[in-house]
Design a protein around this ligand. Structure first.
Ligand code: GLU
Length: 467
């Protein structure tokens, strides 16, 4: 049997991190088994579904590189097929038309409420009634015939065996009186038609699974394997909600998180492989299984995400990071010369090892992005106000002009020799250098900066600062 999974978001909001993790698990499970990962947009609630949300979901998945197989399926396009299945179930005696009035239903609801849960919401009054008795002027709904006795057990691949007494499950509506399918029917028909073998989703759907299972059975279809994963909680242990801060995946993208860091973090949120913390996509595909998904909710921890992000920044391809910085520079209206662009790529590894996110990286990149004269922060300006510091820069510049090569080690050697000959600590030399060359007091090693800036740019900056 070849594995088919699906991610089935309802486009009523952005792609939140819980959804992104569900998508990731479905993706990894499918790829691990050499199967297919499908995407179904559950847009049947036309009032609450928006194009904007659909775009946000598609963008979020693409950003995370969770590419789905084939074209995405829009559930609303399948409404005719859903109706056809509902009518077939009536013809087969597995479902029936119910002509209850809103008043009758309100009465039943009241009764169920007062019974403290021992009575079903719908009492099944049209289940065996002769359709010839149907009152005129009422458009019926279609209800599924649920088993009335015994129990239903779901062998969940994460939760284990979960059992429910059948008398708690009433004959629910599968087709509304206006002919539109309910969510419970649409999910089942689409999962069957798409050949889904494994439904991996949040455990807020576990209760639905008991109903869906009987729809599959009534239709005579194979029931997919279910895997209900615990929801994500906030650091305080409460279910993740808006007050825990950014929840949409795009907010993390804007925060400067790399997609591979996000995926790694989401993977570790509720799934583990020994003590491994950093796990590449390839390893994740190789190792992912449902047995190692935890049964208790995982807590979202922003610091962990940032630490992973710093790790991935360090190892990311410099030209890819440079492209991101250049896009930010463009958005900020900074013109970057071809020379500066080369410097940026050459210096990227040193910059990336000091940044936790793309914003910090952009800030740090400033020293390579512009050509002399550079702007200076207050600390840098203050340190250069000292005539001795400027004297140091002048003398050092003279020595540097004579340098026969422009490597980091050689530049370091020249500065050290100079400091020694003057009876100065290296810091006394490095500090004005840093101010003059970077316009700030934080940067990668100053000799690395000099090597990346190159001879002309370094000397130009020193000259301006020494004036
Ligand atoms: N559309 C549902 C949701 O967004 C998921 C349904 C399912 O996975 O079966 O919560």
């Amino acid at each position: 049997m070849s594995v088919v999974t699906r991610f089935a978001p309802s486009p009523t909001g952005f792609l939140h991190i819980g959804g992104a993790r569900t998508a990731l698990f479905n993706y990894l499970f499918a790829k691990h088994h050499g199967g297919q990962f499908l995407l179904r947009v559950e847009d049947t609630d036309l009032k609450r579904s928006t194009d904007e949300a659909i775009q946000a979901i598609l963008h979020g998945l693409s950003w995370l590189e969770l590419d789905w197989d084939g074209a995405e399926v829009y559930q609303s396009h399948n409404a005719d097929r859903h109706r056809e299945v509902a009518e077939q179930l009536v013809a087969d005696g597995k479902a029936y038309k119910c002509y209850c009035t809103p008043e009758e239903l309100a009465e039943m609801r009241e009764k169920a409420k007062n019974s403290g849960g021992s009575t079903r919401m719908y009492d099944g009054r049209w289940r065996d009634r002769d359709p010839a008795e149907a009152p005129a002027g009422i458009d019926p709904v279609i209800r599924i015939k649920m088993p009335q006795e015994g129990e239903t057990t779901i062998t969940d691949l994460v939760q284990g065996d979960v059992t429910k007494a059948n008398d708690t499950l009433d004959d629910f509506i599968i087709l509304r009186s206006d002919g539109t399918p309910t969510y419970m029917l649409a999910v089942v028909v689409d999962d069957h038609d798409m050949g889904v073998t494994h439904a991996i989703r949040g455990d807020d759907h576990l209760n639905n699974a008991f109903r869906q299972l009987h729809v599959f059975k009534a239709c005579g279809w194979d029931v997919p394997a279910f895997a209900h994963i615990p929801l994500i909680h906030g650091a305080d242990g409460a279910k993740l909600s808006k007050r825990h801060g950014a929840l949409g995946v795009e907010a993390y993208e804007e925060m400067g998180i790399l997609p591979e860091a996000m995926c790694n973090y989401l993977l570790r949120l509720g799934w583990s492989h020994g003590d491994d913390e950093t796990i590449s996509r390839e390893q994740a595909i190789e190792w992912f299984n449902l047995e190692a998904v935890g049964r208790s909710p995982a807590r979202f921890d922003m610091d962990k995400l940032l630490n992973l992000n710093a790790h991935y920044l360090k190892s990311a391809d410099p030209s890819r990071l440079a492209a991101g910085v250049l896009a930010d520079a463009d958005a900020a209206g900074i013109t970057v010369s071809p020379d500066a662009e080369k410097r940026l790529v050459a210096g990227m590894t040193g910059l990336a090892s000091r940044a936790k996110n793309a914003h910090e990286l952009f800030e740090l990149s400033h020293l390579y992005l512009i050509d002399a004269p550079i702007d200076m922060n207050e600390k840098a300006r203050d340190s250069l106000a000292d005539p001795e510091a400027r004297q140091t820069l002048n003398e050092l510049a003279e020595l540097l002009k004579k340098a026969t090569s422009w490597g980091e080690d050689e530049l370091d050697g020249i500065a050290r020799e100079y400091a020694e000959s003057m009876g100065l600590k290296l810091g006394k030399v490095a500090q004005p250098l840093r101010s003059a060359l970077t316009g700030s007091n934080v940067s990668p090693s100053i000799f690395e900066v000099m090597a990346v800036l190159g001879r002309d740019e370094t000397l130009a900056r020193l000259e301006i600062a020494a004036e």
